[in-house]
Design a protein around this ligand. Structure first.
Ligand SMILES: [Zn+2]
Length: 415
């Protein structure tokens, strides 16, 4: 059987190795909340299928949807500075970078790829770094940190170098998993990075994703799901080596990976430690991913059964918060307005709109889940920060019971 080139997915790193599909999450929308039924009727959906390259272990979308389709200005609702936990996380990263860059008058220069609302840039500027953000829909930050409104690329990397000089730090939080052309972005990174500089990327980590059945972290905005093994492979192609890895809690299990030119930074034990974990898991073995896909299918059946059971006596269930992961899990599990009456949210940019794909109304969390006619159950769609969400809902007056969808759907007792 001949395979036409259009139907073959080649590894985004290796470029000449075919990716093997292991999980289909069905048709999924982008992270753009329709304003009303009319807008919802024409909402675009694309198949979200994941595959793995058994040569370099990179897990990737079979058909990545271009970031130019996905991240269009005002429709981009992911604001970095929103949760208190995430703000603390950015301060921790800023402290770590400051500790690595001495105590001089100026600590050095930082370029952030995907600077979003500029929260991290402001933290770094406060610690005496010269900062610059690059983000196609970035906004000027609260403290006025500058931003170049463009997609980062090899061309933009050269332009930033010409205008601002080499960067001591290039940092990117979560944007590194959704850039469309991985090699072109890395060319831009090496163009602007000082010879002794460091490239710091933070991404969701493949290991907890596999072990915790976190398929809800897959959405079109993520073209790739990284391990240290996979990052070492693609960095090596650009003359970079990983010298330090921190495991961080953000997004339910992420890695902060430090890379530089060979021999400049001593390679720390953390790199070998995580490589040993990954080698033991055998991340280039397709069977690992097939088992993951079976657990994902089981979770879907279990969640649907649990919600049927809870509502059999006429009880009502609402969702609590609508992050990207809510979109994936509700669309994959085929849960719509008949299953969840509405979803409570705190973001004014989502309230009054519809959840992408399943079109469940998104309402003001405090007014509805904390109000007099509240539902008996709240499904925690931000289950990865359950404690923070539970505290907030209780303080807003929610008296019902919490349900978590993952890794095993269950009712939780927060007393
Ligand atoms: Zn590969």
């Amino acid at each position: 059987m001949s395979v036409t080139p259009e139907r073959t997915t080649l590894c985004q790193t290796c470029e000449d190795v075919e990716v093997t599909e292991f999980l289909s999450l069905g048709m999924q929308p982008a992270f753009a909340f329709p304003a009303d039924a009319q807008e919802a009727a024409t909402e675009p959906m694309w198949p979200l299928d994941l595959g793995v390259c058994t040569q370099c272990s990179l897990v990737q979308a079979m058909e990545p949807v271009s970031e130019r389709i996905l991240f269009n200005g005002d429709d981009y609702h992911h604001l970095a500075g929103l949760t208190a936990g995430y703000r603390g996380h950015l301060r921790g990263l800023a402290d770590e970078l400051a500790a690595l860059h001495g105590a001089g008058e100026r600590r050095g220069s930082v370029v952030e790829i995907g600077s979003n609302d500029g929260s991290l840039l402001d933290e770094l500027a406060e610690r005496r770094f010269d900062v610059l953000g690059v983000d196609p829909c970035g906004s000027e930050s609260a403290a006025g940190s500058p931003v170049v409104r463009d997609y980062f690329s090899s061309q933009v990397g050269k332009e930033v170098l010409a205008t601002y000089g080499p960067a001591d730090v290039v940092v990117t939080l979560n944007a590194f998993a959704h850039v469309t052309d991985l090699h072109d972005v890395l060319k831009g990174v090496t163009a602007v990075l000082d010879d002794e500089g460091m490239f710091v990327s933070e991404s969701h980590y493949l290991v907890p994703l596999l072990e915790g059945v976190q398929y809800d972290f897959a959405y079109h905005e993520h073209s790739r799901y990284y391990s240290v093994t996979a990052l070492q492979a693609v960095f090596a192609m650009h003359g970079l080596e990983v010298f330090r890895v921190d495991e961080v809690d953000t997004h339910g299990g992420s890695i902060r990976v430090f890379a530089g030119y060979p021999g400049v930074h001593g390679i720390e034990d953390s790199v070998g430690e995580l490589r040993r974990v990954e080698d033991a898991l055998d991340l280039t073995d397709l069977a690992v991913y097939e088992e993951f896909a079976r657990r994902v299918a089981r979770q879907r059946e279990d969640l649907r059964a649990l919600l049927r059971e809870l509502t059999a006596d006429g009880s009502r269930v609402a969702g609590a918060s609508a992050p990207g992961r809510a979109i994936t899990v509700l669309n994959y599990c085929d849960l719509g307005p008949d299953d969840l009456e509405y979803i409570g949210e705190i973001s004014p940019r989502k309230i009054g709109r519809l959840l992408p794909g399943t079109h469940i109304p998104v309402v003001d969390q405090k007014a509805v889940l904390g109000g007099p006619d509240q539902p008996e159950y709240a499904l925690l769609l931000s289950w990865h920060i359950a404690d923070e969400v539970i505290d907030r809902l209780r303080s807003e007056g929610f008296r019902g019971t919490f349900v978590v969808p993952l890794p095993e759907p269950r009712v939780v007792d927060d007393a």
